[in-house]
Design a protein around this ligand. Structure first.
Ligand SMILES: *Cc1c(COP(=O)(O)O)cnc(C)c1O
Length: 353
């Protein structure tokens, strides 16, 4: 059996949209796409009067090298959010199929499923935000086509041990696609599971330039998976997902000087994570700081609502995560610059004086 047997049959046979840019490129006089012949004002040299390459080779090559995969194992889209949406659309039949998630976790899996009218099966993480492999496997039904694992997890910050991910991968063979969301893996000691792609044809990995690569505004996210899944996703992608200025921004960030800068900032975040975790733990009214492998801390308070409002009054915005199961007393604090983090601490301590 092929992993594509899990996909929606009508997607497998769909005749994809064939854009002008895909049918022909590389001429000197381009009169095939109803574009303007003139660059717009303030064009910054991007050539934005022309439609962009749907999957530009230089960006694919740079990301494939970064993530250690082959180009045919990579789809690049508008953030990993788009990849999540396309996976759900490709694999879940409306009103019939389901995804499986582990709350408290990233909300977009369930939102994309509901848009597609796919069911959402929830297997909560344990009290200390670990994956319950046995409960996950027990909750599997034939309707489940996608199992999402988020590691490190948003909003708890916890990672799933590699051997647990492998156990799930082994159990899902022939049954469902395992999607491991690694949006924060650059901040973790644990390495990516992308090296397992050649071993599990039903494994998919989500990576993004939005967090460690400082490009949230450019919307560049990747799906790593075996070539069959990638080809299927490319059949249903929007005609031109990647705007030229965003591709240029990504290539600059991935240049050798860009990589040095990103690694410097990751090191600062990791250092600040330890510093802030320890400092917050000492503040009266703080019940606990969850261990985090990501660029944020989930922090429990005696009165999270009051702390949230106090920071807001000082112009500091954090994420209220009290609606998540197991986190009813918690706020999620993204690690900023050392100065920003110090200010956050000072405002918290002022209220205690
Ligand atoms: C931020 C985040 C994303 C979204 O990334 P984009 O590439 O910006 O769409 C995906 N997954 C998780 C868990 C996130 O926290």
């Amino acid at each position: 059996m092929s992993v594509l047997d899990l996909a929606r049959p009508e997607i497998r046979t769909l005749q994809p949209y064939s854009s002008a840019r895909m049918e022909a490129g590389g001429g000197q006089i381009m009169l095939n796409a109803n574009e303007s012949a003139w660059e717009p004002a303030g064009a910054f040299g991007f050539g934005c009067n022309r439609y962009p390459d749907p999957q530009p080779q230089p960006l694919l090559q740079a990301l494939a090298t970064l993530y250690g995969v082959r180009r045919e194992q990579l789809f690049v889209g508008r953030g990993s959010d788009e990849a999540i949406d396309l996976l759900v659309r490709a694999f879940c039949r409306a009103g019939q199929d389901a995804i499986l998630v582990q709350p408290p976790t990233f909300g977009m899996y369930a939102v994309s499923a509901r848009i597609q009218h796919a069911a959402v099966i929830e297997v909560p993480l344990t009290q200390d935000f670990q994956l319950d492999v046995a409960a996950l496997l027990a909750a599997l039904t034939p309707a489940v086509k996608l199992v999402f694992l988020c590691s490190p997890n948003n909003p708890s910050g916890s990672s799933i041990p590699r051997q647990d991910i492998e156990r799930v991968a082994q159990a899902l063979a022939g049954k469902a696609v395992l999607v491991v969301d690694e949006a924060y893996v650059e901040f973790s000691d644990q390495r990516s599971v992308a090296d397992l792609l050649d071993r599990y044809e039903h494994l998919a990995v989500l990576r993004t330039l939005s967090k460690a690569w400082a490009l949230a505004g450019a919307r560049i996210g990747s799906l790593l998976a075996n070539a069959e899944i990638i080809a299927l996703i490319r059949r249903i992608m929007p005609p031109y997902p990647l705007p030229l200025p965003c591709v240029a921004a990504a290539l600059a960030a991935l240049s050798s000087s860009g990589q040095v800068l990103a690694r410097d900032h990751i090191a600062i975040v990791r250092e600040q994570r330890a510093v802030m975790s320890e400092a917050l733990m000492k503040v009266p009214g703080v019940r606990g700081v969850l261990p985090s492998d990501a660029n944020f801390l989930a922090v429990r308070f005696d009165d999270a609502g009051e702390v949230y409002r106090r920071w807001l009054q000082a112009g500091i915005v954090v994420r209220d995560i009290r609606r998540y199961p197991g986190l009813q007393d918690a706020l999620r604090i993204t690690l900023g610059t050392p100065e920003e983090n110090a200010r956050l601490l000072a405002v918290l301590n002022e209220g205690r004086a």
